[in-house]
Ligand binder design. Structure first.
Ligand code: SAH
Length: 223
C-alpha cells in the first residue's frame, strides 16, 4: 500500500502544480513582489511535507506537519513575505521554523536568516529540509525573547500567534525595520500586523484576520 502511494507520487507533476499555485493563489490575490513570486516558483513545497500528503502539496490551505503544527497556506506565506519588503541585504529573524518552508522562501531573497523552533523534532526535520542553504542558521528553543546574539534584525517574522508582540522582538529590530506577525488569542480572532520602527517610534498596521497556531512558551528557559 505504501509502495503504491510512492509510485503514484512519482507521477505528480509538482512543477506544473507550483506554477498553477502561483497563478491561481498568489498572483490572482494581488501579490506583486517579484522576489516573492520567484522564490515560491523555485522552492519545492512537497519536500517539506510528509509523502502521504504529496497529493495536497500545492493545495490552497495549511497542512499538518506533526506535533499539532501546520505549514501555512501558500498565500499566507506569500503575503507575509511581501509585507516584509525583503531584499538581498537583509538579516531576518523568524520565530517558528516548523518544517522550514517559509524559512526557505526567506533565504531565497534575504542575505541571512536566523530561525528558532521550540519543538525539537521539527527543528531536526527543518535542519534536514534546509541542508542545502548556507545562509540559514537554526536554533531549537523558545523564540519569545528573540535571539540577542545576532541582533539587530532588519526584518522579523513570527509564524505562531502571541497574545501581544513580545517586547524583546521590538527591541531587537533595527531602525527602519519591519515585523510581520499574527497577534491575538488562540482560535479565530487573530490579526496579521505589520510593525515599522522609525527612530524608536513604532507604527502598527492591521492587515487582515488570520488563524495561526499559538506561540507557546518554554517557561524553563525564562527562569
Ligand atoms: N512557518 C512554519 C509555520 C509552522 S507553525 C511552516 O510553514 O512550517 C508555527 C511554528 O511555531 C510551530 O512549528 C511551533 O512549534 C512554533 N512555535 C510555537 N511557539 C514557539 C516559540 N515560542 N518559539 C519558537 N517556535 C515556536
Amino acid at each position: 500500500m505504501k509502495e503504491d502511494k510512492n509510485i503514484k507520487n512519482l507521477h505528480i507533476d509538482f512543477e506544473k502544480l507550483r506554477k498553477l499555485m502561483i497563478e491561481d493563489q498568489i498572483k490572482a490575490r494581488g501579490i506583486k513582489d517579484q522576489n516573492v513570486i520567484s522564490a515560491m516558483l523555485k522552492v519545492p513545497r512537497e519536500k517539506f511535507i510528509s509523502p502521504n500528503l504529496h497529493d495536497s502539496a500545492y493545495d490552497d490551505r495549511p497542512l499538518p506537519i506533526g506535533f499539532g503544527q501546520t505549514i501555512s497556506q501558500p498565500y499566507i506565506v506569500a503575503l507575509m513575505t511581501e509585507l516584509l519588503e525583503l531584499n538581498n541585504t537583509h538579516k531576518v529573524l523568524e520565530i517558528g521554523t516548523g518544517c522550514g518552508y517559509q524559512t526557505a522562501i526567506l533565504a531565497e531573497i534575504a542575505n541571512m536568516v536566523y530561525s528558532i523552533e521550540i519543538i525539537k523534532e521539527l527543528y531536526e526535520k527543518a535542519k534536514l529540509n534546509l541542508a542545502s542553504y548556507n545562509n540559514i542558521i537554526l536554533k531549537n528553543g523558545d523564540g519569545y525573547n528573540g535571539w540577542r546574539e545576532f541582533s539587530p534584525y532588519d526584518r522579523i517574522i513570527v509564524t505562531a500567534a502571541p497574545q501581544k508582540i513580545p517586547q524583546p522582538l521590538i527591541d531587537q529590530l533595527s531602525n527602519n525595520g519591519i515585523i510581520v506577525a499574527p497577534e491575538g488569542p488562540a482560535g479565530w480572532s487573530q490579526v496579521l500586523i505589520k510593525i515599522k520602527k522609525q527612530n524608536s517610534k513604532i507604527a502598527t498596521q492591521q492587515i487582515c484576520d488570520v488563524a495561526f497556531v499559538p506561540l507557546t512558551r518554554n517557561y524553563k528557559e525564562t527562569l
